[in-house]
Design a protein around this ligand. Structure first.
Ligand code: HEM
Length: 187
């Protein structure tokens, strides 16, 4: 999939993300400020609904794993195509997570979309893959991301100073091509 030149690889996954800098504050506001108490305390995760939604939305637009692979153990017909045993499949999160058949305004960073009960097909979102061989660390990773994000934002304000779209270098994981600079201010 990413066997082109470095430039071509980059171009293919430059997001057309319409989140603008002016939205930064709005985005910051949707994060909780636990303030009193320790966000790692038992029960905190359940209360951090908005932070969980931010994590879900981040994993949708910027899935750290770009694709999962599978190999057919027997002949299979998929979407009308007859495929032999041994056929290899690449299941890429990036385009599926941005497919307008499943997502309203797919390139908009909108954590509130996770407030509604999910009406899309189950496999339209699979940052941790799916099925019996999906990520065994999924729950741990989600919990960790949520608690760390809430802890950081409880203590500091982040102002990301970037012009232009984010660009990424595909490798084993999705990585920003350049450093992302931010001003960090104690709250
Ligand atoms: C944001 C964080 C993470 C993401 C997006 C992620 C994503 C994935 C994906 C897409 C797979 C491939 C599954 C497949 O082929 O169907 C995988 C496998 C795996 N992940 Fe994660 N992962 C994350 C964090 C973690 C953590 C924290 C751990 C361990 C504590 C972990 C342990 C594993 C293991 C052991 C497998 C192999 C499962 C198997 O082959 O049966 N992951 N992960």
């Amino acid at each position: 999939m990413y066997d082109g030149t470095r430039h071509e690889r980059r171009r293919r996954i430059v997001p057309t993300d319409p989140v603008r800098r002016s939205d930064t504050r709005k985005r910051a506001r949707i994060l909780p400020r636990p303030g009193r108490g320790d966000v790692s305390a038992s029960g905190a995760y359940a209360e951090l609904e908005q932070t969980r939604n931010v994590v879900s939305e981040t994993l949708r637009l910027y899935p750290p794993t770009l694709a999962v692979t599978r190999q057919a153990t027997e002949p299979v017909t998929l979407a009308g195509y007859d495929l032999p045993a041994g056929a290899q499949f690449l299941l890429p999160q990036w385009p599926v997570h941005r497919d307008e058949r499943y997502w309203d305004e797919p390139t908009t960073f909108d954590p509130s979309r996770w407030q509604e009960p999910e009406s899309r097909p189950g496999y339209a979102y699979f940052p941790f893959s799916a099925g019996p061989r999906n990520c065994v660390g999924m729950h741990f990773a989600r919990t960790e991301l949520t608690l760390i994000l809430a802890t950081i934002l409880d203590r500091v304000e982040l102002d990301v100073s970037m012009d232009g779209p984010l660009t990424f270098t595909p490798s084993l994981q999705l990585r920003p091509e350049t450093d992302i600079e931010a001003t960090v201010k104690r709250r």
